[in-house]
Design a protein around this ligand. Structure first.
Ligand SMILES: CC(C)(COP(=O)(O)OP(=O)(O)OC[C@H]1O[C@@H](n2cnc3c(N)ncnc32)[C@H](O)[C@@H]1OP(=O)(O)O)[C@@H](O)C(=O)NCCC(=O)NCCS
Length: 147
């Protein structure tokens, strides 16, 4: 098993894995998210490759102040063997290597399993609320289920 930065050729495999892991939403295009992350100067998608098979991912990035983790996904057959923990460690190493001292992530409110996973790794609630608004009104309607 190798953990490596992915390139645009992995976009379809990553999108498939994210979909299988329940991480995609109709208002997000996962391939576009992937391509933007692997081509930007302040982000990467790290992948766990079992030979050529993509079995895990984590997206990392920073805005100069905090590092962020997204799209942590391990395929079903490879869960429970430490791969999620290894990808989070790789993401933390990448963020620290960029000179960023803090890592943050968002968990969907209903995702208690993942909250417990991150708590096991030492992550704690930061006592902040995340507010957001779509700048595109079509996306806002889609998010509210009226489109
Ligand atoms: C969450 C996820 C990444 C965990 O990956 P994994 O490879 O199975 O986790 P690991 O085997 O590395 O587990 C690391 C530790 O967390 C613990 N852990 C894992 N899942 C857990 C859970 N649901 N509840 C409590 N602890 C958990 C493990 O027991 C292990 O503890 P240990 O170090 O004491 O042995 C994986 O279940 C997944 O891909 N879920 C779906 C996608 C998702 O929701 N991603 C998060 C988006 S925010």
């Amino acid at each position: 098993m190798q953990i490596l930065p992915l390139t645009s050729e992995h976009a379809d495999d990553a999108a498939r894995l994210w979909s299988e892991c329940g991480l995609t939403r109709p208002w997000n295009d996962p391939r576009s998210d992937f391509r933007m992350a692997v081509s930007g100067p302040s982000s990467e998608v790290l992948g766990a490759l079992d030979d050529d098979l993509l079995v895990g991912t984590v997206m990392v990035g920073h805005e100069g102040h905090r590092g962020w983790i997204y799209y942590l996904a391990i395929d079903q057959a490879h869960r429970g063997s430490g791969l999620g923990k290894a990808l989070v460690a790789a993401a933390e190493e990448w963020i620290e290597g960029q000179g960023i001292p803090k890592v943050m992530l968002m968990i969907r409110a209903e995702n208690d399993d993942v909250r417990r996973f991150y708590e096991r790794l030492g992550y704690v609630d930061q006592g902040v609320s995340v507010l957001g608004r779509f700048l595109d009104e079509d996306l806002q309607r889609l998010r509210q289920g009226s489109a």
